[in-house]
Write a protein that binds this ligand. Structure first.
Ligand SMILES: NC(=O)C1=CN([C@@H]2O[C@H](COP(=O)(O)OP(=O)(O)OC[C@H]3O[C@@H](n4cnc5c(N)ncnc54)[C@H](O)[C@@H]3O)[C@@H](O)[C@H]2O)[C@@H](O)CC1
Ligand SMILES: [K+]
Length: 487
């Protein structure tokens, strides 16, 4: 499991850990982990050219101490000081190791030196900064977990002057909102983020996760001092533990029956693909209830599917068109958990308080809560959580990083998947898989998050780096599940 803690939780954990350690030990752990990650990234230190962007806090301190390690190993290290208050111990360590600093000259009276000779007082002056040879990497130590969203002009100017140089962000990409994953007006776009002790929401949740690049976690001994994480991401072994497997004496009814009420004469494919997802093998039986002609198509494609009867979970709404409300009401009458998808989402208030998984994409969620799609895409974590609380149901907000939010505020982020999964009908397959997991007895939160992970991983498996269609994703599911159960 990847866990992301809040800034407040990290601060409390760090305080408890620091009380057991000599002063400065934690920052040294962070700085050594950072330096080693940079050496890995560059394939060595000797002769490499490293630029440090250094803000006023301990994040800048990490960058300076890591710069000292790199300088001692033969790198040319230059720190660009974006504040008059760069970490004194880190500055001394860097200079002692032979690193150079530009910006504030701490031996000069503050203010005058900064504004006259440093070059970062305006964007134009920074852009004129001459760099004899390009740097191999920039370390973003502008701000860490103490930062507000957005960058100051001097940071923007420095980044402009270094455009094109790969960026390793220290702890988090500067300029993002650490706990919400939202972006400020400007923010760092990193190739790699080296984070300390635990992940933060901004490293998992879009849009900030896209600015983090590949994330590398450095163990600084924080784990024992951290509480349960409000945001997490299932990994393959977590999903394997959640997967329902048949008892030795199982029969089809004990494994759970999933029913699909999706598709219509206008949209028969939605019914077929929902059934294909539900037929992943995780439930004992799949029922289909809908238009006669769709039922005939379903039976032709999936001879094992049967008609109406008792189910342990319903999948409702995809391709239901005008019949969505009636279909949802019929499913609700059975008083079993349900997946509410697509056309039925407009009537999701009928399912309020039921054990349900609502599966909107950003546009559908925007329509449900009366917001703009762009607003949902800019603040997906906040919107998924708010909708889960409003509807008292699990909300699965589909996207590059799908979010599964529980009414109590917990969130799981799906990190499996491929951009090729953005294809027609993929959502229908997802609804079917989640329905099968609900029918097998998983809670809505586990069913939604495990189902979403399986869906993404099946797409990656089917894609092999190339295009997929929704049916391929459904076909890949049983093989994927076998591989998870027998690694
Ligand atoms: N607390 C600890 O024990 C450890 C902290 N570590 C590092 O310390 C960082 C947190 O350090 P700090 O609490 O000093 O906070 P930061 O280094 O994140 O920076 C806070 C400072 O930046 C200013 N600031 C806030 N938003 C800004 C913005 N958008 N642009 C420019 N300046 C802004 C604030 O006024 C404050 O002075 C972590 O992210 C991590 O990198 C690590 O060394 C591990 C150990
Ligand atoms: K940073």
């Amino acid at each position: 499991m990847i866990r992301a803690h809040t800034v407040e939780q990290v601060r409390e954990g760090e305080a408890a850990l620091m009380a057991t350690l000599p002063g400065g030990a934690l920052m040294q752990r962070a700085a050594y982990g950072l330096a080693h990650a940079v050496v890995d990234y560059l394939g060595g230190a000797y002769g490499r050219r490293v630029c440090l962007l250094v803000g006023s806090g301990d994040n800048g301190g990490d960058a300076l101490y890591a710069g000292a390690v790199l300088a001692r190993r033969g790198a040319y290290v230059e720190a660009w000081l974006l504040s008059e208050n760069a970490h004194p111990g880190g500055l001394a360590a860097l200079r002692q190791a032979g690193g150079r600093t530009r910006g504030l000259d701490t031996s000069s009276p503050s203010g005058s030196a900064y504004s006259t000779s440093l070059g970062w007082s305006s964007r134009e002056r920074a852009q004129r900064a001459t760099v004899s040879r390009p740097f191999d990497v920039v370390l973003d130590g502008i701000v860490g977990i103490g930062g507000r969203a957005g960058l100051k002009p001097e940071a923007v100017a420095a980044l402009d002057a270094l455009a094109g140089v790969p960026v390793v962000a220290v702890d988090v990409p500067s300029g993002v909102d650490v706990d919400t994953g939202e972006l400020g007006d400007s923010s760092v776009s990193a190739d790699v983020t080296v984070t300390f002790g635990t992940h933060k929401a901004a490293l998992l949740v879009d849009p900030a996760a896209q600015a983090a690049g590949a994330v590398h976690l450095v163990d600084i001994g924080l784990d024992p001092h951290l509480p349960a994480a409000p945001v997490e991401a299932l990994q393959a072994d977590d999903v394997a533990v959640l997967l329902p497997t048949p008892d030795p004496d199982a029969h089809k009814y004990t494994r759970g029956v999933v029913g699909v009420r999706a598709g219509s004469a206008t949209y028969p494919g939605a019914g077929l693909l929902s059934v294909a997802g539900a037929s992943c093998g995780l439930a004992g039986m799949v029922r289909y209830v809908g238009d006669r002609e769709v039922l005939d198509l379903v039976r032709a494609a999936h001879p094992e599917v049967v008609g109406g009867g008792r189910v342990q979970a319903w999948v409702v709404g995809s391709g239901s068109a005008d019949g969505a409300r009636g279909t949802l009401e019929e499913a609700l009458a059975d008083d079993v958990p349900l997946v509410v998808d697509a056309d039925a989402l407009a009537h999701a208030d009928l399912a309020r308080g039921c054990p349900a998984v609502l599966t909107p994409h950003a546009g559908e969620l925007a329509a449900m809560v009366g917001a703009d799609r762009a607003e949902v895409e800019a603040r997906p974590l906040a919107h998924a959580r708010a909708a889960a609380a409003t509807y008292d149901a699990v909300v699965l907000l589909k996207g590059r990083r799908t979010l599964v939010a529980a009414p109590d505020g917990r969130v799981r982020v799906t990190m499996s998947g491929t951009p090729w999964l953005a294809t027609a009908g993929a959502g229908d397959v997802l609804g079917g898989v989640v329905g099968a997991l609900l029918a097998s007895g998983l809670t809505p939160y586990d069913a939604a998050s495990a189902g979403s992970w399986l869906h993404g991983a099946a797409a990656t498996l089917a894609s092999r780096g190339g295009p997929v269609v929704a049916g391929d994703v459904a076909h890949a599911l049983p093989g994927l599940i076998s591989a998870l159960l027998h690694p």
